[in-house]
Design a protein around this ligand. Structure first.
Ligand code: IPE
Ligand code: IPE
Ligand code: MG
Length: 252
């Protein structure tokens, strides 16, 4: 067994890990290849990390696969990514099922081409009874899109008399986010050396521990995941309180 894996405290795992899978394009360019070559290799890392999380017993894994801003990339890259996404899901759905993994999708599904919508809906249906790892793919997703979408839905509820304005609190708002059935991530990892959120789970990351690594996504494998989890386990999460307050409650 890997030495890093042995060091992980299995009783203090993050329940929900979110990852900005970044650096496919640069990884490919560094090898003199086309950007899409990087995305193909990125799929290998997805497999590896999904397996790693399932083995550990992590309950939720959110992967940022395509942002609403990524629609503005060159047409051949967007098309290539959509095709890769659909063919990967088609290939992997059986394995997901075998491993009791439930697939979820968050994002603006209206933006997706019809063939992608059909394939995703089928995969969601096939895996919906699974009770192991929840694999949440963020596709055509952005935090700002999600917040606007929630605001519109809340406005309709108010307009149609089903909701009073003074009933709108944090819990209520959360019910209108597309992540409403998932806990907030405890750990957010971004690969490839960029220190930004790029419109990922803006609301949900309020108290998430952030971990940045220079490793490009196609090179990010289980050992790198273990490293991130160990780093997370060495942190003190204070949620606005003082360190002293926390050590008092820990001693009780
Ligand atoms: C992440 O890799 C995958 C997607 C955004 C779809 P990039 O494609 O952003 O790769 P870099 O950041 O340009 O290297
Ligand atoms: C963020 O990566 C989106 C995904 C990984 C899907 P980008 O590569 O699109 O982010 P920026 O443009 O570098 O901020
Ligand atoms: Mg990028």
């Amino acid at each position: 067994m890997s030495q890093l894996l042995e060091k992980i405290d299995k009783n203090a795992l993050p329940d929900h890990i979110a990852i900005i899978m970044d650096g496919n394009g640069r990884w490919a360019k560094e090898k003199g290849e086309d950007r899409l070559f990087g995305h193909y290799h990125g799929v290998e890392s997805v497999r590896n990390i999904v397996e790693g999380c399932a083995e550990l017993g992590v309950r939720y894994l959110t992967l940022y696969a395509f942002s609403t801003e990524n629609w503005d990339r060159p047409e051949n890259e967007v098309n290539g990514l959509m095709e890769l996404l659909v063919s990967t899901i088609r290939k992997e759905v059986e394995t997901l099922n075998k491993n009791n993994i439930r697939l979820h999708v968050i994002g603006d599904m209206n933006m997706l081409p019809a063939f992608a919508k059909t394939e995703l809906t089928e995969a969601l249906d096939i895996t919906k009874v699974n009770t192991g790892l929840n694999l949440i793919m963020a596709i055509s997703y952005s935090g700002r899109w999600e917040l606007v979408d929630a605001a519109q839905k809340i406005a309709i509820e108010v307009k149609e008399g089903r909701l009073n304005v003074d009933e709108i609190n944090q819990d209520k708002l959360q019910q209108f986010l597309c992540t409403n059935t998932f806990p907030d991530p405890e750990l957010m990892i971004r690969t490839s050396g960029e220190f930004r959120i790029s419109n990922f789970l803006l609301y949900q990351l309020a108290y998430t521990e952030l971990y940045f690594t220079n490793v490009r996504w196609p090179d990010f494998k289980k050992e790198n995941l273990y490293e991130a989890i160990l780093d997370f386990q060495a942190r003190e999460r204070r949620f606005g309180k003082t360190g002293e307050q926390l050590s008092k409650t820990n001693n009780v």
